[in-house]
Design a binder for this molecule. Structure first.
Ligand SMILES: Nc1ncnc2c1ncn2[C@@H]1O[C@H](COP(=O)(O)OP(=O)(O)OP(=O)(O)O)[C@@H](O)[C@H]1O
Length: 636
């Protein structure tokens, strides 16, 4: 430490302070410089910033001006758009006015055309009216002429009719007399037949007695011969007695031969009388059979009555409900009459009893046709081909008869064939559909006009020389038919089957020959299917069935009318049966009826068809029986 008077120390201190201060000053100057530099720098930056601000402001101004410009542009565009809209509206208005003008113009034109046409139409109407009036006047005049002419003709016809009526009444009286005569002839023939049958019985008895006598005589002759041998001595008396016995024996043999000849003659006469009697009964007969209800599940039973038990020829069916115009509901009873009606209690045996005479006629040389007609399930097959049906019964009867006829010098051959008509094509039921080489057999119908016989070419024919053969044949036909049935779904009810039995008889004693055919026909179900239900194959079947049944009706009708042309060729069935329908034949139609209410409509249709057939009268049948010498050689 120094005192106040220490100048050097104080100077030194001053000097050091000065130095410090100087250094501080120099530091301050440096700082100031630095600060000034910083200020300059800041100033520079401020001016830079100012410039930047200025630039940004300029840029802003520029953008503002751009924005203004765009706004202006937008505004001008807006204006432009407005003007375009206005222009378009103006255009639209212009179009609308044009359109209205056009419409007015068109309307005007249409009105003008309409006015023109109206004028023309009025003119035409006037002309037509005038023409019509002229025509009316003309026709009135013609009508008046015609009327007066017709009145004259009517007058003439009336007087002609009066004369014809008179002739007709005379003719009717004559016919009645003829019918009366025929009836008495028939009665006489019936009596003759009864008488002949009694005679025949007597003769048969006589012949039996004669054969017994014959046997006794032969035995006695043998005894006598033994005696003769024994009586070797041979006295005159003995030889006389022997000669006497020989003469008596010869006489007995002669009587026996005479009786046999008489019997043969009687048989020929019986045939003639029997067939005359059949002819008088008419050659087309219709019988009706109603099958029983099989069980309760079949449904309600229709109201069917059999009013006349004595004649068994009537059937009354209560028809469906009918509503009158007043709204009352009623059911009509429809009566039908046939040659015979079989009620549900009747058996095949009784039915056969009625047709056995026709089977006899086939043996006598007639062509016979027995049909079964009716809807599916009405009993056609049951009646025709069941084990005790008409086919087996007919063949058994034929065997029995031809065996008996042998003692009257008749020998018969019997041949059977069985065909089916399906979709208007013939098929052989005795040979399967195809031959060994795979081809189907084409059956062909050939007619022999002279012999009135039909042959089916390519169809198997079986010689029926024993009853077993018939049964085998029926079984074979049934199996061939059922093969087809599985393929074509119950085909049996949609095809017609025809059993053809040819019978050829020859009599060695009288030199007679006869050739008859028995056709037993099981027709397809007669129900008419509604067209809406039938399609394709079913439609074809339905059309074929309807066609062939209609053709059968047409043929019978044409025969009844005595038409010159009979349309046999319109269906395969009538073509096949040509010689068994018509002049040289006897026809029987069974109409089969179902007892069920559900089948009532079809039942009535079937009975009406059968009535039409029943009202038909076909001319006399003729037997093909001839003396052999006069028969052309039949190369069967
Ligand atoms: N009289 C009858 N007595 C007893 N049963 C019968 C009689 N008739 C028919 N039937 C029976 O009624 C049914 C129908 O008969 P069936 O087959 O014979 O008719 P259908 O008319 O031949 O028919 P489809 O046209 O289908 O061949 C069978 O079961 C048959 O046994």
């Amino acid at each position: 430490m120094y005192t106040g008077w220490d100048v050097d120390g104080r100077l030194n201190e001053f000097e050091s302070q000065f130095k410090v201060m100087k250094e501080a000053f120099e530091g301050t100057v440096t700082d100031r410089k630095a600060m000034e530099e910083a200020i300059d720098l800041a100033k520079n930056r401020a001016s830079d910033l100012e410039r930047e601000k200025q630039r940004l402001m300029d840029q802003n101004t520029q953008l503002q001006s751009q924005l203004d410009q765009q706004r202006q542009e937008y505004h001008s565009l807006q204006l432009e758009k407005q003007s375009t809209v206005l222009e378009m509206e103006a255009e639209q208005r212009r179009h609308k006015y044009e359109l209205e003008d056009l419409q007015r113009e068109r309307k005007h034109q249409v009105d003008e055309v309409r006015r023109e046409f109206q004028g023309e139409v009025d003119q035409l109407k006037r002309e037509h009216r005038e023409a019509l009036e002229a025509m009316e006047r003309h026709y009135r005049a013609e009508l008046a002429d015609e009327q007066s002419q017709r009145a004259r003709e009517l007058q003439e016809l009336r007087s002609k009719l009066g004369a014809e009526q008179q002739d007709m009444s005379l003719e009717m009286l004559r016919k009645e007399r003829e019918v009366q005569e025929m009836r008495s002839l028939m009665e006489a023939l019936k009596l003759d037949l009864d008488r002949e049958q009694t005679i025949k019985g007597g003769l048969q008895q006589q012949i039996a007695e004669m054969s017994t006598i014959n046997i006794t005589l032969e035995e006695r002759m043998r005894g006598l011969r033994a005696k003769i041998d024994f009586l070797e001595s041979d006295s005159k008396q003995q030889s006389d007695s022997f000669a006497n016995m020989e003469a008596r024996l010869q006489e007995a043999l002669r009587v026996a031969e005479e009786a046999r000849e008489k019997l043969i003659k009687e048989e020929t006469e019986r045939r003639i009388l029997f067939n005359k009697y059949q002819e008088l009964k008419g050659n087309i007969r219709v019988m009706c059979r109603v099958r029983p209800v099989l069980d309760a599940s079949e449904g309600d039973e229709a109201k069917i009555a059999f009013p006349d038990l004595k004649t068994s020829s009537q059937i009354d069916v209560t028809g469906p409900e009918e509503k009158s115009s007043l709204g009352t509901v009623s059911r009509k009873v429809i009566p039908f009459e046939f040659d015979r009606v079989f009620d549900p209690s009747m058996h095949n045996e009784e039915v056969f009893g009625e047709i056995s005479q026709l089977v006899q006629s086939a043996l006598d040389g007639y062509n016979v046709c027995i049909f079964c007609y009716g809807q599916t399930g009405s009993g056609k097959t049951y009646t025709m081909s069941s084990s005790d049906g008409m086919i087996p019964r007919a063949t058994h009867m034929i065997y029995d008869t031809i065996t008996k006829l042998q003692e009257k010098s008749w020998t018969y051959t019997m041949e059977g064939s069985f065909v089916e008509v399906y979709n208007e094509e013939l098929h052989d039921l005795l040979t399967p559909g195809r031959e060994s080489d795979g081809r189907t057999k084409k059956l062909e119908i050939r007619h022999d006009e002279a012999r009135k016989q039909t042959t089916v070419v390519n169809c198997k024919t079986v010689a029926l020389d024993s009853p077993d053969k018939v049964e085998t044949m029926l079984r074979q036909a049934q199996s061939n038919r059922s093969v087809a049935a599985t393929k074509a779904n119950e085909r049996s009810s949609r095809s017609h089957s025809v059993f053809i039995l040819k019978l050829v008889g020859e009599n060695s004693a009288t030199n007679e020959r006869c050739e008859g055919t028995l056709n037993l026909v099981d027709l397809a179900g007669s129900e008419r299917l509604k067209h809406s239900q039938a399609e394709g194959e079913r439609m074809k079947e339905t059309q074929s069935i309807n066609k062939s049944l209609a053709c059968l009706g047409d043929v019978i009708e044409a025969l009844g009318r005595g038409s010159a042309h009979i349309p046999y060729r319109n269906s395969k069935l009538t073509h096949l049966l040509q010689y068994s329908l018509g002049g040289n034949s006897k026809t029987l139609m069974f109409v089969m009826v179902s007892p069920l209410e559900a089948h009532l409509k079809e039942t009535i249709t079937s009975l009406r068809f059968a009535t039409k057939v029943h009202n038909t009268h076909i001319g006399m049948a003729k037997s093909t029986k001839k003396l052999r010498a006069a028969t052309p050689e039949s190369g069967r």
